[in-house]
Design a protein around this ligand. Structure first.
Ligand code: ZN
Length: 175
């Protein structure tokens, strides 16, 4: 079990949060280790999703877990997106804040590979779809801050309130 340090805005290496991550081309033991560490780090935070750039690794890898849904996605691509809904999001890399009224597709289909390199296809709706879209954004250097329609939608939150936000917040996952 290895918990890695989460990069937050303001850190000297926070630039990685704004870069486009690279595709994984070799599925070897280092990728399996990375995914394991990402699960450990995400659950320790705790959060419901984590993208590799958030632990300082510029690769297109994400993990997500919400209620009965769980996914490891490497080189993910959204192949279908339907509907639109607004919701609140927090981010482990932006502690102390949450964004309201963030628009995401209601239902998405994502293709990618798992840590073994096996092709996977996931269809997600609602909250889990929001988490996946948030994490895929991370792989392109996009933060929820970029998706705010109005400045007033960004609010400061206490630690307790923060635990109730999604997608990387905690208690939503435990509910
Ligand atoms: Zn995030």
């Amino acid at each position: 079990m290895a918990i890695r340090k989460i990069v937050v805005l303001g850190d000297p290496n926070a630039g990685i949060l704004r870069q486009k991550a690279k595709k994984v081309s070799r599925f070897d033991a280092s990728i399996e280790r990375l995914v394991k560490d990402m699960w450990d780090t995400m659950r320790d935070a705790p959060g419901v999703g984590l993208a590799a750039p958030q632990i300082g690794v510029p690769l297109r890898v994400l993990v997500a877990e919400y209620e009965d849904d769980r996914a490891v996605l490497i080189n993910p691509e959204i192949t279908k997106a339907e509907g639109e809904e607004r919701g609140t999001e927090g981010c482990l890399s932006i502690p102390g804040y949450q964004g309201n009224n963030i628009r995401r597709a209601t239902k998405i289909t994502v293709k990618g590979r798992n840590e073994k390199g096996t092709p996977v296809k996931i269809t997600a709706t609602g909250h889990f779809a929001r988490i996946l879209q948030h994490e895929i954004d991370h792989l392109d250097g996009i933060l929820y801050l970029d998706r705010l329609d109005r400045k007033e939608d960004l609010i400061e939150v206490s630690e307790e309130e923060e635990e109730e936000t999604a997608p990387e917040g905690a208690s939503v996952a435990k509910r």
